[in-house]
Design a binder for this molecule. Structure first.
Ligand SMILES: Cc1cc2nc3c(=O)[nH]c(=O)nc-3n(C[C@H](O)[C@H](O)[C@H](O)COP(=O)(O)OP(=O)(O)OC[C@H]3O[C@@H](n4cnc5c(N)ncnc54)[C@H](O)[C@@H]3O)c2cc1C
Length: 325
């Protein structure tokens, strides 16, 4: 039996989320006596192969075609669906990132199978899949049972620590040529704006978050300065994006980005459940708030009670002072 793991590289760069999916898949492969085949699609796959092989995968399938240029959910979904047919795979998975979920949803629709998104645990017993998956951004756990012929599920992002499968790294690469017509190029990346400082909300080791308490778009200047000083990025709550102070791409939470930095500095943020579910994977949280009973203060590992307009510049200044000594 074959288990396909979509490794959704970005122009050859393999994110950690792929290794989370491979680690998760390994336990299922061991339990079901199944062989893992990692799937790389399109341009950049040649560069990505090395990372996947060195993680200990024994077989990597690389799908190449003139139409497979940059990422496209439809064309990747069609390619993966054809691969499922040709390998007779019974299990298909990916990490539950935006891309992983988007591509697997296309695969499931094309194969007319159900799709279980963002699973925290999965057990496959003969032809039944018993899974627990997160709903409502992680505030609800749902137990699901699926008897479908092909099990398609994604793994909750950030819920597992990657562990190499087999350090020997002696895997093989198999080429796959899907049959694709130009209709599948309807949704494809043709251009992108690259962030100059390279880190994003999802990958930043430090996020300095601001909420309604910041008071204005201009109020974020001191948060930007602190973030710059400690190699982080600025995030915000929905109250902030609703007020038009920051773009939606900066929003943390259920309807924004889920973050997992080493430190999340949440200033002027009450910690409503919809915000919390996007921030709770942070390793450490420092809340800065005037209200000692704010949910964020209660849940944070560290808190400073005070006006963020005084506290944040004071932290920045202290860091600068210590660095200059
Ligand atoms: C379906 C749905 C989805 C949602 N999705 C999201 C989401 O993805 N992300 C999100 O963030 N929210 C989301 N929300 C909104 C969420 O419920 C809250 O309304 C929002 O998070 C509140 O933002 P806030 O904490 O900035 O504001 P408030 O709740 O108003 O909190 C402001 C905080 O700032 C503190 N404060 C005020 N002045 C200062 C000061 N000078 N110094 C220090 N502290 C100060 C206050 O004590 C307070 O704790 C969603 C809501 C719904 C219904």
């Amino acid at each position: 039996m074959t288990l396909l793991v979509l490794c959704d590289h970005d122009r050859g760069v393999v994110p950690d989320s792929v290794f989370e999916a491979l680690t998760f898949a390994k336990s299922i492969a061991d339990e079901t006596n199944t062989s893992i085949q990692a799937v790389l699609i399109g341009q950049g796959s040649e560069e990505a192969v090395e990372s996947v092989l060195s993680f200990g995968v024994k077989t990597v399938i690389v799908a190449l075609h003139d139409s497979l240029t940059d990422y496209g959910p439809e064309i990747w979904g069609e390619t993966l669906a054809q691969m499922v047919d040709s390998t007779s795979a019974k299990i298909v998975t990916a990490c539950g990132t935006d891309r992983g979920n988007e591509v697997l949803a296309h695969v499931a629709a094309r194969l007319n199978m159900p799709f279980l998104a963002n699973c925290r645990s999965v057990r496959i017993e003969s032809e039944t899949c018993l899974a627990t998956r997160i709903q409502w951004g992680g505030s609800l756990l749902e137990d699901v049972k699926s008897d479908s012929e092909i099990q398609i599920f994604s793994v909750e992002h950030h819920s597992i620590t990657p562990e190499p499968l087999d350090p020997s790294g002696n895997g093989t690469v198999v080429e796959f040529s899907p049959e694709l017509d130009q209709l599948f190029e309807r949704t494809i990346v043709v251009d992108r704006v690259v962030r100059t400082h390279g880190i994003t909300l999802t990958t930043a080791p430090v996020v300095v978050g601001g909420g309604r308490g910041v008071g204005s778009a201009e109020g974020f200047q001191s948060l930007e300065e602190l973030a710059e000083e400690i190699g982080g990025v600025v995030g915000c709550s929905r109250a902030v994006t609703n007020n038009g102070w920051r773009p939606h791409s900066d929003q943390v939470g259920q309807t924004g980005t889920r973050i997992a930095p080493e430190i999340y500095i949440a200033s002027g943020i009450s910690g409503a459940i919809q915000h919390w579910v996007g921030a709770m994977a942070a390793k450490n949280i420092l809340a800065i708030n005037t209200d000692p009973e704010a949910n964020m203060v209660v849940k944070a590992g560290y808190a400073v009670l005070g006006d963020l307009h005084e506290v944040i510049p004071a932290i920045t200044e202290e860091i600068r002072n210590r660095r200059s000594k």
